[in-house]
Structure formats: structure tokens, C-alpha cells
Design a protein around this ligand. Structure first.
Ligand code: ADP
Length: 458
């Protein structure tokens, strides 16, 4: 659980929430405390000045301190502080609490029970005939500072409490939301992992549901595309194995048939039988060679050596090598080349192999009196090489499939001519490895035209 994505997200969010709320709480409570302190200071100053003014007015109208106890007591009740008035020599004139005796000497902070932080100020009062005397005023801290519901300090504490509880509540709600959201965010990934595991166990039909949007959807789409590719590759692999087994079975059972017939004494191991055995073995070995080449080409592992080559030379040599077979079958072979052809960038051996394959097919599928033409011409940045024949042609429904592996139009006849059904598949892969294209056109009974392109050297 500790390593799961949702848990990490939860922890990350929780930290962010804690830091944010903590910082806000700290800043707000500190600045409120500062403001309250300033306000309290001003209030104290104001209280002192106001009390002084009241006492001055009292003295001014009376000319003595008679009745000042009432003023001091009143003021004490209103302000919530203890007030002690003495003359300049600290002889007590009035005490709001009426604890200290009037006429005694006042010792600040000793007997009045007040802490040492109360303020003592002196000021001048004038009687009506402008006689000035100096008096001292002692004002203690507010009695009800802690509990006074209206005091700014209580107000500040209330705000702090509100901030603290509000913050805790917000954090709790945020954590619940984060929990839900992080579970929601991580669940598609968990589903993807589960699907990947099922896929890994061989269930290639598994796909991820595309419910989310954004990156997770892209990930799911990429995963599904990969799963489709995997399924396709697996199907190809299975088909290939089935095809190969099927193709190997015929020559092998032929060989076994011959051998069994010889063992049973039904056939004699004469030259003709051995020749047939040899042909079947040769077919097998060609099949294996071509399969190997095809698998290399399909895996993109064929090592091609590209070089600047002359197509004219390639075509002339290939035509010359097929001339004896063509003549032996009573056919003719012509070469159609332009005066000038730019050199091409090819692996000579591989393109030669393609051309020979096309010529071999043309010779195999054209009868006596037929004409085979090998031609080459420039097509933009490409040179097109073609082999045409006036042979039997290919039925329209077979034409789209002839480049598929093991596809033969007439299975029994093709096998008799030694065809594996891989020649055109390999040719297509080789041409495509050069960046070119191979195409076939054909009319049943009229002949076929195969052409492919190779890149011009630059
Ligand atoms: P194979 O080794 O059997 O010739 P290919 O892949 O070379 O296999 O050719 C596939 C099939 O295409 C052949 O079996 C044949 O039926 C058909 N084909 C190829 N070339 C020609 C052609 N020039 N004329 C008629 N049919 C052809």
C-alpha cells in the first residue's frame, strides 16, 4: 500500500494541505496578535489621558480633591482597571478599590496586589485660580482582560480558534476529497496493470476501457494499439508455423512414401526413383532456405550492401543467363532498354535475385512460342524494371494474393515446377527494403506483367 500511487498522491496532497493551512494560520494569527497589541497600547494611552483629563476637571472646579474617590471609583468600573491617585510625594489621595488608606505613603507594587506592569504617570492639575500642583496616577491592568467578551484580545483569540478549527475542518474535507480523487486517478492505471498482466499470461484479446480523458486515455490507446499489434503478430506466427508444417508435410510424406515402397519391395531403388527422391529433398531444402531468408527479411535483419550499380548491365546479364531455358522451351526473350539510364543505388545480389525470380516465374508459366520481355525505364527518382510474358496469366481473384507467402494459383502444378510459393513474397520484401514497390498485372490466357522500382543513385 505504501508504494501504491494513490497512497503517494494522498501523502503528497496531505503535506501540501498541512503546509498551506499551517502557513496561513501562522501568518494570520501573528498579524492579528500584532494589531491587537498596538490597539491595546493606544487604548491604554487613551485611558490614561482621559482619566487625567477627568481628574484635572474635577480639581479645577473644586479647588481640592473632595469627592475624587467617587470619580476614581466610577472611572475604574467603566475602564475595568484599578486606579490610584497620589500627590507628587506618593501620599495617597484616592484608591478605586478603597483598600489603601488615604494620607498614607504609596509603595507601588508592594501592597496593592497589582503586578509590576501597571503604569505610573504624573501630571499637573490647576485649581481655578491657576495654582498648579503635581499628582501621580497609577493605573493597573484590566481586571477582566482574559474573559471580557468585548475585549480585542478575546476577539483575536476567537479568530484564532476559528482559524484553527476552520483549518482542521478544511484539512479533513480536503483529505477525504484527495482520498477519493487519488483513488480515481490511480484506478485506470491499476486497471491497465491488471490488463497487462492478463495479456502477459497469453490472453491477447484483452483491451483497456477508454473511459478517461487526457494522458491516461492516450496511455490506454497506446496500450490497446500494442495489444492489437501483439495479437496480430501472434496470429501471423501461428499461421506461419501452420503454413510451414503444411508445406513441409507434402515433400516429407512423398519421401517417406518412396522409402516405404522401396522397403516393401514395391519399388526398386533405381535411378528414376532416386531422382524423384532427390527432387523432393531439393524442394525441402529450397523451402527451408527461402523460409530463412523470408524470416530475416520480415525481421528487417537482411544485411543489404547498397552500391552504385548499372541496371542495363544487370538486365542484360539476367536475360543472357535465362536464354538457354527460354530457347529450350521454344520461346523468345527480348530486352528493352533505353539508350541511357542513370545508375541506381541497390544491393546487386538482392535485386538480381528478384529479377531472376520474376524471369523464373515467366519461363515456368509461359508455353511454346511465348515471348518474354525484360525492360527498364526511368520513372522520376526511380528506375522501373519489368518482366512481361505472353503466358497463361493469373486469374483476377488470385492476383491480389500472389505476394502472400505460400500462395500458389495452381497448387499441384506449382509444386510440380518446384515452386515453394515464397518467391514473390521474398521479392516483395527485398524491393521494399530498397524503398521501392512491386506490382503485378495479368490477364488470364494473355500473359502477365511484373514490375518493380529501385532508387536512382544520388
Ligand atoms: P512459386 O515459387 O510457386 O513460383 P511465387 O511466389 O514466385 O511462388 O509465385 C506465386 C504464384 O504466382 C505462383 O505459384 C503462380 O501461380 C503465380 N505466378 C507467378 N508468376 C506468374 C507468371 N509470370 N504467370 C502466371 N502465374 C504466375
Amino acid at each position: 500500500m505504501i508504494h501504491s500511487l494513490w497512497f503517494r498522491l494522498l501523502i503528497a496532497f496531505a503535506l501540501v494541505i498541512a503546509v498551506t493551512i499551517g502557513t496561513v494560520y501562522l501568518f494570520v494569527s501573528r498579524s492579528i496578535a500584532g494589531e491587537i497589541e498596538r490597539y491595546e497600547e493606544i487604548r491604554e494611552q487613551f485611558h490614561i489621558i482621559e482619566t487625567q483629563a477627568m481628574l484635572s476637571a474635577h480639581y479645577h472646579t473644586r479647588g481640592n480633591w473632595e469627592g475624587v474617590q467617587y470619580v476614581v471609583g466610577n472611572r475604574s468600573v467603566v475602564s475595568g482597571t484599578r486606579i490610584i491617585l497620589t500627590d507628587f510625594d506618593r501620599v495617597i489621595i484616592a484608591d478605586s478599590e478603597e483598600e489603601l488608606l488615604v494620607g498614607e505613603k504609596y509603595q507601588p507594587g508592594s501592597t496593592d496586589g497589582l503586578s509590576g506592569n501597571y503604569s505610573g504617570t504624573y501630571f499637573v492639575v490647576f485649581s481655578e485660580d491657576q495654582e498648579a500642583i503635581m499628582v501621580r496616577l497609577y493605573i493597573g491592568p484590566r481586571f477582566l482582560a482574559g474573559t471580557d467578551a468585548a475585549s480585542p484580545r478575546t476577539f483575536g483569540e476567537a479568530i484564532n480558534r476559528f482559524l484553527l478549527w476552520g483549518g482542521l475542518l478544511a484539512a479533513a474535507i480536503a483529505l477525504v476529497l484527495t482520498f477519493v480523487l487519488s483513488r480515481r486517478m490511480s484506478s485506470p492505471i491499476a486497471a491497465l496493470a491488471a490488463t497487462a498482466r492478463r495479456l502477459g499470461r497469453g490472453d491477447l484479446g484483452q483491451r483497456v476501457q477508454l473511459k478517461d480523458r487526457g494522458e491516461v486515455r492516450e496511455l490506454a490507446q497506446a496500450f490497446n494499439a500494442m495489444a492489437i499489434d501483439l495479437e496480430h503478430a501472434e496470429r501471423l506466427r501461428r499461421n506461419l508455423v501452420a503454413d510451414v508444417a503444411h508445406e513441409l508435410r507434402t515433400p516429407l510424406s512423398n519421401i517417406r512414401g518412396y522409402l516405404e515402397a522401396i522397403c516393401d519391395g514395391v519399388m526398386k531403388p533405381d535411378a528414376a526413383t532416386l531422382q524423384s527422391l532427390n527432387e523432393e529433398a531439393a524442394l525441402l531444402s529450397r523451402l527451408v532456405d527461402e523460409l530463412q531468408e523470408l524470416s530475416l527479411a520480415e525481421a528487417g535483419e537482411l544485411k543489404l550492401v547498397y552500391q552504385e550499380e548499372d541496371v542495363t548491365e544487370l538486365v542484360r546479364r539476367a536475360a543472357a543467363s535465362w536464354q538457354p531455358q527460354v530457347a529450350a522451351k521454344g520461346m523468345s526473350l527480348s530486352v528493352d532498354l533505353p539508350d541511357k539510364l542513370r545508375p541506381v543505388n541497390i544491393d546487386w545480389q538482392r535485386i538480381n535475385q528478384v529479377l531472376h525470380n520474376l524471369l523464373e516465374n515467366a519461363v515456368a508459366h509461359t508455353g511454346k512460342g511465348g515471348i518474354i520481355t525484360v525492360a527498364a525505364a526511368e520513372r522520376g527518382d526511380w528506375v522501373e524494371i519489368s518482366v512481361s510474358d505472353t503466358g497463361e496469366g493469373i486469374p483476377a481473384q488470385d492476383l491480389p494474393n500472389i505476394f502472400e507467402r505460400f500462395y500458389r494459383v495452381d497448387r499441384s502444378r506449382a509444386r510440380a515446377t518446384g515452386g515453394s510459393g515464397l518467391g514473390l513474397t521474398i521479392a516483395k520484401r527485398l524491393v521494399e527494403a530498397h524503398g521501392g514497390k512491386i506490382e503485378a498485372q495479368s490477364k488470364l490466357g494473355k500473359g502477365s506483367h511484373f514490375s518493380f522500382t529501385v532508387p536512382i543513385f544520388r
